[in-house]
Design a protein around this ligand. Structure first.
Ligand SMILES: Cc1cc2nc3c(=O)[nH]c(=O)nc-3n(C[C@H](O)[C@H](O)[C@H](O)COP(=O)(O)OP(=O)(O)OC[C@H]3O[C@@H](n4cnc5c(N)ncnc54)[C@H](O)[C@@H]3O)c2cc1C
Length: 373
């Protein structure tokens, strides 16, 4: 039996951010992952890095790296079923920390986080899979399948950042209620022959459904649609030079009842999953991670669940409303989009309210940022 103070299970964006924020405060967690490497860079997955995440990862120096490597989407443009541009709005609302949404493949974000973590002497222990727990959150013990045999770890604190199918969540008896949607989203990352606007998010409504385009740098972009047969949704005149990655996925809206039991904490997709509309998944997980690390350092981690659950519920509610609106845009929704939205977005207070969601600044301000602890 090995004793460890803090054990983080999962080296995705959430686990890495938590390990980094603990390490920079002088704590030395162990971080294990059943995989062998980071998310491949060609599989873009979570692309949108919002203002809140950039604020949270600034003290570690990670945000400077993200900003240097990412693409800055400065505005959103929406076209209606008649081919008319109906919404054009910048992300530069009063109060925004950065007047853009940063776009970066998830694997690149993970590598930047891991490089910062390495500076504190913490290395990810790959090929280590939690296969069982003792089910006792007050004195957690994990059984781990490691390359050199089975290992049992008794930890003072276990942080489950092991994604949507979390073994930690299931092993320590957390509920994960919610709903699965029948809709299957399709996405494809392509390099195009012709250039396109690389500083905008473009959403195209047609009678066949909705298709969004996000710039990934150069002539590379992602198309995403709530239709699995996304190839049929792409513009007819689009010339593809290189198909980089294609995927489809079902969406779920689920979250735990609480994010902590005894000495076991959940963060990121292990605690909450929702649709990619609004690009909040990875950002919310990084935010959980940063708050948890700060609260552990402050010795206030007993309040972690109480602090984070309202944010989780709020984001799930918002993404669900946004997803439902996108999937079933009725007559009034179309009217508002085509005739009201652009005018309203010219009013600073309205624009600020609308864009706080995009920027992620609708969650509580982290109190440690100015003091830099
Ligand atoms: C197609 C797609 C597009 C998306 N777009 C966006 C977006 O634009 N913006 C956004 O914010 N989010 C987006 N998301 C969501 C985002 O990818 C997730 O929210 C994010 O990856 C969650 O990070 P995480 O670290 O919590 O979990 P994960 O990234 O799932 O990491 C969990 C880690 O735990 C490890 N693990 C699992 N089980 C075990 C075990 N038993 N033992 C040891 N290790 C284990 C896994 O190997 C993995 O490395 C998107 C998701 C998809 C699928």
């Amino acid at each position: 039996m090995n004793d460890t103070h803090i054990l983080i299970v999962g080296a995705g964006p959430t686990g890495l951010a938590c390990a980094l924020e603990l390490s920079r405060r002088g704590l030395k967690p162990r971080i294990i992952d059943k995989g062998s490497d980071f998310t491949p860079e060609a599989e873009s997955r979570a692309l949108g890095v919002n203002n809140r995440t950039l604020q949270l990862l600034a003290p570690s120096g990670v945000s400077a790296q993200l900003l240097a490597q990412g693409v800055k989407a400065k505005r959103v443009r929406m076209r209606n079923e008649k081919g008319r541009d109906v919404i054009k709005a910048g992300f530069d609302h009063p109060g925004a920390l950065y007047p853009f949404v940063l776009i970066l493949p998830q694997g690149r974000t993970e590598r930047i986080l891991a490089a910062a973590l390495r500076q504190y002497g913490v290395e990810i222990e790959w090929y280590k899979e939690v296969i069982a727990t003792n089910g006792n959150p007050k004195k957690p013990v994990l059984d781990i399948n490691a390359p050199d045999g089975l290992e049992s770890i008794r930890a003072s604190k276990v942080i489950g950042a092991d994604g949507a199918s979390s073994v930690i969540r299931n092993g320590f008896g957390f509920s994960f209620a919610g709903e699965s949607y029948p809709t299957e989203f399709g996405l494809v990352d392509v390099e195009t022959v012709e250039p396109f606007a690389t500083d905008e998010l473009f959403v195209d409504f047609s009678n066949d459904g909705v298709l969004a385009r996000m710039p990934l740098g150069g002539n590379v972009c992602r198309y995403i649609s709530p239709r699995a047969d996304i190839s049929n949704m792409l513009p007819k005149d689009l010339e593809i030079k290189h198909l980089i990655w294609q995927s489809s996925f079902h969406i779920n809206f689920r979250y735990v009842e609480k994010m902590q039991r005894g000495s076991v904490f959940l963060a990121g997709d292990a605690a909450h999953i929702h649709s990619p509309v609004g690009a909040r998944g990875m950002n919310l997980g990084i935010e959980d991670a940063c708050w948890l690390a700060w609260m552990i350092h402050q010795n206030t981690d007993a309040d972690y669940s109480k602090m984070r659950m309202p944010q989780v519920r709020m984001v799930i509610k918002q993404t669900r409303q946004q997803t439902d609106a996108l999937l079933n845009l009725g007559g009034f929704g179309r009217f508002a989009r085509d005739h009201l939205a652009n005018t309203l977005l010219k009013i600073p207070a309205f624009k600020k309210r609308a864009l706080t969601r995009v920027t992620g600044l609708d969650t509580p301000e982290p109190p440690w940022i100015d003091g830099s602890v």
